[in-house]
Design a protein around this ligand. Structure first.
Ligand SMILES: [Zn+2]
Length: 305
């Protein structure tokens, strides 16, 4: 886990209330000795990368921090095409540490953040960790499977264990609260879920290869011109001496969202043929028009994160 290291960074200096909330983020490598039988492709691996953050804040800041985190998670999941989001809110278990007031306040903050964002949730009574309540977000993929992704966890325990402090406005030393959060969880697992969700047909902005240029005959100068117009686009050129049908077959199998087909006639006319996933194939498209359409297909949406 990454928590202890962020705690050490927190402890590397005397902290004032003026610095809080302090937010530390990293894409951290973590390892778990999973049994061979439960390993499952990208979805469950022994080594993975967590988008992990820890927020050190005052008791009064918990509510705002949680609301910010939840809003951010939802926008992020929406950006990847997950619109159906549900939550579990796990409350205080019998064996737990911390005082009632803190638990009630933190649990209410989690609940009101969910209400604020109109996320429907199930309360899992007594299912919280012994050190604090948490929210787990679940998304539904394209065929209705439910996946757990984001976690937001309040922690009253580790600040105690590690004797974390900050100096408040009265010059007194006070305990901060810690919030653990992972939005996508494991990047590897999230990638697996995305592949499942899109059945491999990534939207243009996400596709590993966005455009493939399939050539017929000797058209390399013209292709070079097109490549120049598609700067910063992830593209591949298939100029093998095989039948066009095979090239189209391969490009379709690789689920590349855009295929450009260039023959010798296109060179003299300044045109291209265009196969865009989920659209009718087009022929004799003027170069400029084709490039415009392609840029539209692969454009990164405005996320407003
Ligand atoms: Zn943590």
């Amino acid at each position: 886990m990454n928590c202890p290291f962020h705690i050490l960074i927190y402890k590397s200096d005397i902290r004032s209330y003026k610095e809080l909330p302090l937010r530390f983020f990293e894409l951290g490598s973590v390892y778990r000795y999973e049994k061979t039988g439960v390993l499952h492709g990208l979805l469950r691996a022994r080594g993975f990368t967590q988008d992990d953050a820890h927020i050190f804040c005052t008791n009064d800041q918990i509510e705002d921090e949680i609301l910010n985190l939840l809003t951010f998670s939802i926008k992020l999941l929406n950006a990847f095409g997950f619109d159906s989001i549900e939550a579990d809110l796990s409350t205080r278990p019998e064996k737990s540490i911390g005082n009632d007031d803190d638990w009630v306040k933190a649990t209410n903050s989690l609940a009101s953040a969910l209400d604020d964002q109109n996320i429907s949730y199930v309360t899992a009574h007594g299912e919280g960790a012994f050190y604090g309540p948490k929210i787990d977000l679940h998304v539904k993929d394209a065929i209705g499977r439910r996946w757990q992704l984001s976690t937001i966890q309040v922690d009253f325990s580790q600040p105690d264990n590690f004797d974390l402090q900050y100096v408040d406005s009265n010059n007194k030393r006070v305990r901060p609260v810690m919030i653990h959060r992972a939005l996508l969880g494991s990047i590897e697992r999230f990638t697996g879920i995305l592949i499942e969700n899109y059945a491999g047909h990534f939207p243009g902005w996400l596709a590993p290869v966005q455009v493939k240029i399939l050539t017929i005959g000797e058209v390399s100068n013209y292709v070079r011109e097109i490549v120049k117009l598609l700067k910063n686009v992830r593209l591949e050129i298939d100029d093998r001496s095989i039948r066009l049908g095979e090239k189209i077959h391969d490009s379709t199998k690789e689920k590349v969202p855009v295929s450009i087909i260039i023959g010798e006639k296109d060179v003299s006319l300044g045109t291209m043929a265009l196969n865009i996933h989920n659209q009718d194939n087009q022929k004799d498209i003027k170069l400029e028009d084709g490039i415009k359409q392609i840029k539209n297909v692969i454009k990164v949406p405005k996320f407003n994160l």
